[in-house]
Design a protein around this ligand. Structure first.
Ligand code: ATP
Length: 334
């Protein structure tokens, strides 16, 4: 259960809009539903914007009702579609987007997406004065100011489901598997997945990778009677092909690992109960923040409490993986 802030409504809003942007994440649908249902219950009209900022800049906007969000709470992806829109980086295009919102009496916008989408949200709010509230919608959990993001829990569980199956084969054939999970710049997914699947080792961007350490660990495992099967979880890292490069290095050290790239399956699928609750609460709270007169904030969660974090703070700081998590993965490999 999250502790929810009690906010006093200071603004009578006629209409608000909601969009999803950047990579889709499981839980975006319950977040949209939370926004729509909360707004309607306060007598606020709600517009859905199709395809993120791409739809916003051409006015691809439609009025939603309670039935528009029926039967979506359990669905992955986003019913409003998502997109990456280079044009939105142009201030003149953002000005045009603000005019489109004003023409429809839209007095608040909820943006659900990752740090790129939240950057666009902050700029739109600052330049136009239209109140904007962001929700952290990304499987990567790499957004400063919130301990959790919409989609992270589902992505971990999807990866675990796949790895548990891979382990059956690894054990049966006494084979080593390198399993690549998402996480270009961070090991948030890889560390949690590594701990939960009992990986023999986790390779993450935050820690320099040395093939010698991996070979030493594997040799040690054999001495301890662990056999030659195993799972090594690899975060994809900033340059593609890392997992294949590690496999090649292992082959040069007389190992014959198999590679499995989990890829986009981690982004799809039915959101877990955890993500449905998180997304629903964040969506509903976004409406409360707009009614209470907030703007340029992201709804985050810290120590079990839903709270507001200024978007500028979110965007200016990087979220780094706690050393304790890295130590925990090491401790559990032994
Ligand atoms: P994820 O990384 O989880 O897929 P994201 O929201 O970070 O999600 P991006 O592709 O970085 O994904 O950004 C999504 C969209 O946000 C961009 O296509 C663009 O429309 C907008 N955006 C990103 N950066 C900026 C920026 N600097 N100024 C204005 N808009 C931006």
């Amino acid at each position: 259960m999250y502790k929810l802030p009690a906010l006093d409504a200071v603004k009578e809003l006629k209409a608000i809009a909601v969009l999803t942007s950047g990579g889709d994440a499981p839980g975006m649908n319950p977040a949209i539903r939370g926004v729509v249902r909360a707004a309607l219950s306060h007598g606020i009209r709600v517009y859905g914007v199709n395809r993120g900022y791409s739809g916003l800049i051409i006015g691809d906007i439609w009025e939603m009702n309670s039935r528009s969000v029926s039967n979506i709470v359990q669905r992955g992806g986003t019913m409003l579609k998502s997109d990456r829109c280079e044009a939105f980086k142009d201030p003149a295009v953002r000005k045009q987007a603000a005019e489109i919102l004003r023409e429809r009496d839209i007095e608040g916008l909820v943006v659900i997406g990752g740090d790129g989408s939240l950057t666009g949200a902050a700029l739109l709010a600052e330049e136009s004065g239209i109140p904007v509230v962001g929700l952290p919608g990304t499987i990567d959990n790499d957004i400063h100011g919130t301990e959790d993001t919409i989609g992270f829990d589902t992505a971990i569980n999807t990866a675990l489901d796949a790895i548990d199956k891979i382990r059956d084969t690894a054990l049966s054939h006494e084979r080593l598997f390198l399993v690549e999970v998402m996480g270009r710049d961070s090991g948030f997914i890889a560390t949690q997945v590594g701990i939960a699947c009992g990986a023999e080792m986790v390779v993450i961007p935050e820690v320099e990778f040395k093939i010698e350490s991996l070979c030493f660990q594997l040799a040690n495992n054999r001495v301890k009677g662990k056999g030659s099967s195993g799972i090594i979880v690899v975060a994809e890292g900033p340059r593609s092909g890392l997992t294949y490069r590690i496999a090649q290095q292992l082959e040069e050290h007389d190992q014959a690992p198999r590679v499995c790239i989990l890829g986009h399956i981690q982004r799809g699928g039915s959101p877990t109960g955890h993500d449905r609750v998180l997304a629903s609460c964040m969506g509903a709270m976004a409406v409360d923040y707009l009614r209470a007169g907030y703007s340029s904030i992201m709804v985050g969660v810290q120590k079990g409490e839903i709270l507001d974090v200024p978007l500028r703070e979110v965007l200016e700081r990087n979220k780094s993986l706690d050393r304790e998590w890295i130590e925990m993965t090491r401790l559990l490999h032994k």
